[in-house]
Design a protein around this ligand. Sequence first.
Ligand code: NAD
Length: 254
Amino acid sequence: MTTLVAGKVALVTGAGAGIGRASALAFAREGARVVVSDINDTGGEETVQLVAEAGGEAVYQRCDISDEAQVEALVAKAVAAFGRLDCAHNNAGAPGKGFAVVDDTVENFDFNYAVNLKGAWLSMKHVARQMIKQGDGGAIVTTSSFAGLEGVRNSGAYVAAKHGVIGLTKTGAIELAAKNIRVNAVCPGPIGTALLASAIGKDASAKTHMEKLTLLRRFGEPGEIANAAVWLCSDQASYVTGVAFPVDGGMAAA
Ligand SMILES: NC(=O)c1ccc[n+]([C@@H]2O[C@H](COP(=O)([O-])OP(=O)(O)OC[C@H]3O[C@@H](n4cnc5c(N)ncnc54)[C@H](O)[C@@H]3O)[C@@H](O)[C@H]2O)c1
């Protein structure tokens, strides 16, 4: 174990799989106690088990981030379990369905708004309230996307929500700076998770096409996003706030 966030308490949403699970493991590896949260209880409990097997400490709390009462209960659980909250990776998200703008449905748009944008706001709101109450600062990382920085064909609702996450992140950074709470976004490129697999389907040419959009010509690993999130939450990033940080194999530069 190393010590980037030693002694801190970290909360990760969407930690039952993919990037969130990798983030929970990375926070634990770097010395934090971790609150693991998801709507997939089996995945969440597995993550807790993986953290324990790696020598860390974690608890699980079910939370649908689009439901304010559940988000409040999640923060309360973190405080009950570990006494405080220093870091939050507000990561949970889901792509909804892929439609062209002219074909999209209110149902799909509402879903994307509820999970990807309202959920990021509710998580930020209640985490920040707890950090303000503690009075000694904190760090929040949201998960936006490469789709938060550019348009993506057949993903208008998701793209709009992920752009919104960046605006929310910058505004949170402005409003919370005086409380020494830093707020940043990570913008993953294509990362090899179930989410991306469902978005591109079984079409091998779609995978090759996406790989070629990156300068490094490959999909990223969940751990590569997790490492960035942990660093942004650590004191090593003490002068970093309000950024939308691409971790995308160079996709944003191309
Ligand atoms: N994989 C990629 O290529 C990629 C690229 C850019 C951004 N992202 C973003 O990264 C984040 C993590 O994605 P991933 O690739 O690890 O996906 P994933 O599907 O592997 O994991 C997402 C997790 O979030 C959980 N979740 C979904 N809706 C939820 C809700 N309402 N409340 C709480 N938890 C919920 C799921 O149960 C799942 O465990 C998402 O915000 C996603 O939009 C992913």
